[in-house]
Design a protein around this ligand. Structure first.
Ligand SMILES: [Zn+2]
Length: 338
């Protein structure tokens, strides 16, 4: 062997041949969009992490019941959440440079006593430039604090979809997940580590059957059709192995895989890569769903970009998934886009 390096004795460099993998350095600066998070509930440092890792735009979803102190939840509590996000938004943008828009809606994860008050108010909120989506919303098998029967939930979801259709806004659907039973469970009184929720307040499922999580999605799709909202205006967040095939085969909705709290949702980047292989990137997105009540990771989307490439997904498909699809569906990243 002819010495190739001035090292004292041969190192790996002396044995490896000249073949270099083709490293796509464009991925280092690929802009990405997070279409579902609750970043306005995070810390300044967490929001900075989004900026540091190249987030171009995000949709801060202001419809989580988690943040209302009073139970049962009233319309005025949810209005406060909407207003709180509107109040913080501009300062968040100015501090961190990424575009921060808002999604607002009625999350049926807790029964709201007077939802019509919210539906009546929503019209005016939807006229705001910073409101780019309605949601997250979607029929949920079991509520926090107090149950909401499936028919009533579906009606509230449909009413929001009608408002979305009127304003030509997309809807971020919250789809429930079916988690695999792990071999061992935690002490029930402690809840799920990673999710700061008082599980004693969780109610029994209002949907019967073998697969209530999928049934819930089917009720959402029925509501979408009845509302006259186009499939392409619905982004099903928390897509998972339980609902991907149904949503891909029976609808033209977008599927957004939540990867910022994989321990909760049960979806890995490998699952996302498999979905891209099987269905193509055209209807797929990724979101972080980072929120202050959850163990979540603002770097997860940037990390997913490299991981998808390692799993064999090509650069243009990655760009479609993390940037172009969310840009086009939500009308984001229009100013100064590089
Ligand atoms: Zn969320």
């Amino acid at each position: 062997m002819t010495p190739s390096h001035p090292t004292q004795r041969p190192t790996d460099a002396a044995y490896l041949d000249d073949r270099q993998p083709d490293l796509p350095t464009d991925l280092l600066t690929l802009p990405w969009i997070d279409v579902h998070n609750h970043a306005h509930t995070l810390s300044w440092n967490d929001r900075e992490r989004y900026a540091l890792s190249g987030c171009r735009s995000m949709i801060m979803v202001a419809s989580g019941y988690h943040w209302t102190p009073y139970k049962p939840v009233r319309a005025s509590d949810v209005r406060f959440l909407w207003d709180d996000a509107i109040n913080r938004r501009a300062a968040i943008e100015r501090n961190h440079f990424f575009e921060a828009k808002i999604g607002l809606g009625i999350n049926t994860g807790a029964r709201i006593e007077n939802p019509n008050e919210l539906l009546d108010a929503m019209d005016d909120y939807c006229a705001l430039d910073e409101v780019v989506a309605i949601g997250e919303t979607g029929v949920t098998p079991s509520q926090h604090v107090s149950s909401w029967n499936a028919d009533h939930q579906q009606a509230v979801v449909q009413a929001q979809m009608e408002i979305a259709a009127d304003h030509d806004l997309p809807v971020i659907l919250h789809t429930p997940n079916r988690s695999d039973d792990s071999e061992r469970s935690y002490r029930p009184e402690l809840g799920t580590p990673g999710y700061e929720k008082n599980v004693e307040l969780d109610q029994d499922s209002v949907i019967d059957g073998e697969n209530p999580e999928l049934e819930a999605v089917k009720l959402d799709v029925e509501a979408m059709r009845d509302a006259g909202l186009a499939d392409e205006r619905v982004v099903a967040s928390h897509a998972d192995g339980n609902n991907t095939e149904y949503l891909m085969d029976d609808t033209d909705c977008y599927l957004s895989y939540t990867i910022g709290n994989a321990w909760l949702i049960g979806v890995s980047i490998a699952d996302v890569a498999d979905a891209i292989d099987r269905y193509g990137p055209e209807r797929i997105m990724i979101d972080t769903d980072c929120a202050n009540v959850l163990r979540t990771d603002p770097f997860s989307l940037k990390r997913a970009i490299f991981e998808l490439y390692r799993y064999g997904i090509d650069e243009s498909a990655i760009r479609t998934v993390v940037f172009e699809n969310p840009r086009d569906v939500f009308g984001l990243a229009e100013q100064h886009s590089g």
